[in-house]
Design a protein around this ligand. Structure first.
Ligand code: BES
Ligand code: ZN
Length: 447
């Protein structure tokens, strides 16, 4: 859902305060500025009147942002990108309001938190394995594993996770749920020396969880990533059964089947539960940025976020923006070979989940989603995102796909490691580093 430039409903009593203390404490700059089209102008004005009134008097160009200090407090002023190239400083109240107002309008209020990792221009692609035209070869290993895919364990995991009052990135429940997930990985690993489970800490309370099955072959320094976010968000209780206990269960159950099969993979496989996704992809940006800094090679990152609400016409929907084309085509081929369910392609139109963090760091990512974008689960981000609304049978497709992905990618022999020429990040972070936003006149709301 693109940002519609009309604000229809507003929650009673949720007016943004005109509070001087909420203004950015550091200098902001204006660079040359031009509107490219009129729809942008309308968009800008709506956002301004919705979340600004006070602190959005000043925005900065992305070049200017690079020099600003990172903020230590999660609740402090954060730089959010509401659409590629459109960035604003916001406080917690405003972010909450932006999100709630959007949901009242029946869409997500997606914003990416750029404070800690401003985009200063296109990130050069990281080395990744070349997948163009690659065919599945590991049928003998994959087929027995996907035969074990069953809804029972998936549902048990979702029952447990959705019973937490919330899995918020800043609450004790958010931390407790991360602890439970880590404990499950450890229980399943049964002390195996080649399996490691760790928290990946962040500047907020909830940690990400990463379980690793060490590679044993020549390519063991290349990592196959399967992940999804573990946090949930809602104005009240946040069961997050579909968003994203479903994806978390897919990742955990993939791990269980692989670990219990005794497979000792060539490449290393990592299972990731990202914290703080709902606050702007915070956890996955920390992870992907660290991996890039440490020069880690990621063969591909498979994202699961919402897998159990099939929508109007049940199909696996491959998201084509902020993902890698070759990797997506390869996973579609795996789907035909092993899942044998219909699939389609669609776009989120914005950085809607953690695949975008990998993409932003120059890695290849792929995101098979539960439904067409316009028929996704309408109850997400509310107390109504509960077990009774989900279809675990549909979720089985994603579990099978994850098993095929893990084995095929981890077991493939040596392949050319190269900067993937088809990485989509260049064209799909349009305007970043180029687009500038002016300081506004508070009275006229015009530059
Ligand atoms: N699971 C959603 C992403 C999603 C929602 C994808 C609907 C496709 C259709 C995710 O948890 C989420 O809520 N993302 C935010 C954006 C994020 C950057 C905070 C959103 O969509 O508002
Ligand atoms: Zn969400």
């Amino acid at each position: 859902m693109n940002f519609t430039p009309v604000l229809r409903k507003k929650r009673a009593g949720s007016a943004v305060r005109d509070d001087e203390s909420l203004k950015p404490a550091y200098p902001t700059k204006t660079f040359e500025f031009s509107w490219n089209d009129s729809s942008d102008e309308r968009l800008f004005i709506v956002i301004h009147s919705t979340i600004s009134r006070s602190l959005l008097v000043a925005s900065v160009s992305l070049t200017g942002v690079a020099a600003l200090p990172a903020r230590a407090e999660p609740e402090a002023t954060r730089l959010i990108e509401v659409r590629p190239g459109l960035t604003y400083w916001s406080n917690a109240t405003q972010r909450k309001e932006l999100s709630e107002n959007a949901h009242l309008e029946g869409r997500c209020g997606g914003f990416l938190d750029l404070t800690d990792y401003p985009v200063e221009g296109p990130t050069p692609p990281a080395p990744s394995i070349s997948l163009a035209g690659r065919e599945p070869t590991a049928q003998a290993k994959v087929l027995p594993l996907i035969a074990q895919a069953d809804t029972g364990n998936l549902l048990a995991i979702i029952t447990k996770l959705s019973a937490y009052e919330d899995r918020n990135y800043q609450t004790a429940n958010g931390v407790a749920s991360a602890n439970w997930i880590k404990g499950e990985y450890e229980r399943i690993a049964k002390g195996r020396a080649d399996i490691h489970t760790a928290f990946f800490p962040h500047r907020f309370k909830q940690p990400s969880v990463i379980a690793t099955i060490d590679g044993t072959g020549e390519q063991k320094n290349e990592i196959v990533v399967i992940g999804g976010h573990i946090d949930s968000i809602s104005p009240g209780k946040a069961p997050g059964a579909d968003d994203n206990a479903s994806g978390t269960a897919t990742v955990l159950e993939t791990f269980r089947i692989l670990a219990e099969s005794g497979l000792r993979p060539n490449r290393t496989i990592q299972f990731m539960g990202y914290a703080g996704e709902e606050e702007g992809l915070l956890g996955s940006q920390d992870v992907a940025t660290a991996y890039r800094k440490e020069k880690r090679i990621v063969a591909g990152a498979l994202q699961f976020d919402m897998t159990m609400f099939p929508g109007a016409t049940p199909k696996i929907t491959f998201i084509t923006d902020y993902t890698n084309r070759d990797l997506t085509k390869y996973v579609q081929r795996l789907s035909d070979e092993y899942v044998k369910a219909p699939w389609a392609e669609d776009r989120c139109g914005y950085a809607c989940s953690d695949h975008a963090s990998w993409n932003k760091s120059g890695y290849a990512s792929v995101f098979p989603f539960e439904s067409a974008f316009n028929s996704y689960n309408p109850d997400i981000h509310t107390p109504r995102d509960t077990m009774d609304k989900i279809d675990a049978g549909h979720g089985l497709h994603y579990l099978k796909l994850a098993l095929a992905f893990a084995v095929e990618l981890a077991e493939a022999g040596p392949v050319v490691t190269e900067a993937n020429p088809h990485s989509s990040r260049g064209s799909l972070w349009p305007g970043l580093g180029k687009r500038t936003i002016p300081i506004l006149d508070a009275a006229t709301q015009r530059p």
